[in-house]
Design a protein around this ligand. Structure first.
Ligand code: FAD
Length: 430
């Protein structure tokens, strides 16, 4: 019997799933519904929606390691995970107008000067680049259309009836035999709503919280020369806490305010244009804390306690907050060392890990001294991860509904794409 597969979201995960299916002469129908636009008309400001989803308008850094980008090897084991990520990277090169221009950075050795204070995660990263991603998107889209995949654009899926196998877009419904749910971060609330409505069992999650650290770049140049987006890490297994530097931005590096659930937290981004060069470096110092009973509520409470005058906090022993790339001050209430007591209390004993991390960076990067500042807090609210059958990422309660990509447990392009291919391989078997 030929199957009718409906995919919600035309992001990285589902585009890779559809590609795997059509490459293997899948005989059923494939319909992909997305609230965004096709790659020919998708405008620059629509960062999260449309063909290839958030991945299509991203920096295009394809990481190649199972410890980066969310969970994959948990489901399929290390070897299979690497093989799936290989397939994703091959797909990006396959539709690239100049595949020879995809560069791979692959640092091999942890430098001695960071030891014994930190470990450095070493892994290959393929750099595609935003501009090429747009061209890849068009080539990839044309291929899928030529193979009979039906796309429904600018259509928001508003509900899914798992019992009657119907995808609802307002009053219109579409019947499915198999559903692949890949709504990414832009669909985080939708996924949560469905999990509550169907009382889906979920996996326990950890807290991800910390600060955004900022300093002049020259203090870190020695490490940046080895690994541009360096990932320093340390673990306290017995305490259930690990820390890592996260999302490093250099050269033209700016701190950005994020607003979630009405509170402010911080993140960072880098501009490519030389006109924006400020010779700064910023990165998150993020703690992963296990064993907190309700990680989501706990994180929201901590973030809420760290607000002042409707924004987050800035502390530095010597510096002023920086400006955004538009030249205005990063919104933050500057606090002095006495006010740090409030921060320490809000973090309920975990802030000392961040203080130690910074103290040890001062040992490893001796020019750093007091020439740094922190924006408080940085937080990653991880979406509740529904419990799935590890062999095909199908909901334990609804075996023909598969969750993939950021809607499941991914946090990056290669892992999201790999989820999609993993599900497609299972569908091809059946
Ligand atoms: C600015 C930015 C830069 C990034 N840079 C990188 C990077 O360099 N490297 C990396 O590995 N990762 C990066 N990421 C993360 C990466 O883009 C995501 O992890 C990846 O795209 C997730 O894939 P996905 O298929 O799960 O979801 P997405 O790619 O986000 O796609 C989800 C799709 O679902 C659609 N959708 C959502 N809800 C609905 C609904 N109700 N109805 C219909 N359609 C819906 C959306 O329109 C979207 O197109 C970046 C993310 C952002 C935002």
């Amino acid at each position: 019997m030929s199957k009718n597969i409906v995919m919600v979201g035309a992001g990285v995960a589902n585009v890779n799933a559809a590609t795997k299916l059509v490459d293997n002469n899948f005989e059923g129908t494939i319909t992909i519904i997305d609230m965004g636009k096709d790659p020919y008309v998708r405008p620059y400001e629509e960062v999260m929606t449309g063909f290839l989803g958030a991945g299509g308008w991203s920096d295009g850094k394809l990481t190649y390691h199972t410890a980066i980008g969310g969970q994959l090897s948990k489901y399929c084991g290390e070897d299979k995970a690497m093989e799936l990520m290989d397939q994703v990277i091959t797909n990006f090169k396959r539709f690239h107008p100049k595949p020879e221009e995809v560069q791979c950075s692959d640092p091999q050795l942890e430098p001695d000067f960071i030891k014994p204070y930190f470990g450095l995660r070493l892994f290959p990263v393929w750099h595609v680049g935003t501009d090429y991603l747009h061209e890849i998107g068009k080539n990839w889209y044309d291929y899928l259309v030529s193979k009979g995949v039906k796309f429904v654009w600018e259509t928001k899926v508003t509900d899914i009836d798992f019992d009657n196998q119907m995808v609802m877009c307002g009053e219109f419904g579409d019947k499915y035999d198999e559903l692949i749910f890949g709504v990414g971060k832009s669909g985080i609330d939708f996924g949560k709503k469905l999990a509550e409505k169907y009382d889906l069992p979920t996996e326990p999650k950890s807290v991800q919280i910390g600060v955004r650290f900022e300093a002049p770049q020259h203090h870190f140049q020695k490490l940046i020369d080895i690994s541009y987006d360096f990932k320093l890490y340390r673990k306290f297994e017995d305490k259930g806490v690990s820390l890592r530097s996260f999302c490093t931005n250099n050269n033209a590096a700016y701190v950005a305010v994020e607003e979630t659930y009405g509170d402010h937290s911080y993140n960072g981004h880098a501009r490519k244009d030389e006109a924006y060069r400020n010779n700064m470096t910023n990165f998150g110092i993020l703690m992963e804390i296990k064993n907190i009973e309700d990680p989501f509520e706990w994180s929201r409470n901590v973030v809420n306690k760290l607000q002042n005058n409707n924004t987050g906090l800035y502390y530095s022993p010597s510096r002023e907050p920086s400006t955004t790339s538009e030249g205005i001050n990063v919104e933050a209430s500057t606090i002095n060392w006495l006010d740090l007591v409030k921060v320490i209390n809000a973090f309920e004993g975990y802030f000392e890990y961040i203080v130690d991390f910074i103290d040890d960076m001062k040992k490893v990067f001796p020019t750093l001294k007091d020439d740094w500042g922190i924006y408080i807090p940085e937080v990653k609210y991880l979406s509740p991860e529904p419990l799935v059958d590890y062999t095909n990422l199908a909901l334990t309660k609804y075996p023909n509904v598969h969750f993939v990509g950021d809607a499941l447990s991914a946090r990056g392009i290669s892992v999201s794409g790999a989820h999609g291919i993993f599900v497609a391989e299972d569908l091809l078997k059946s």
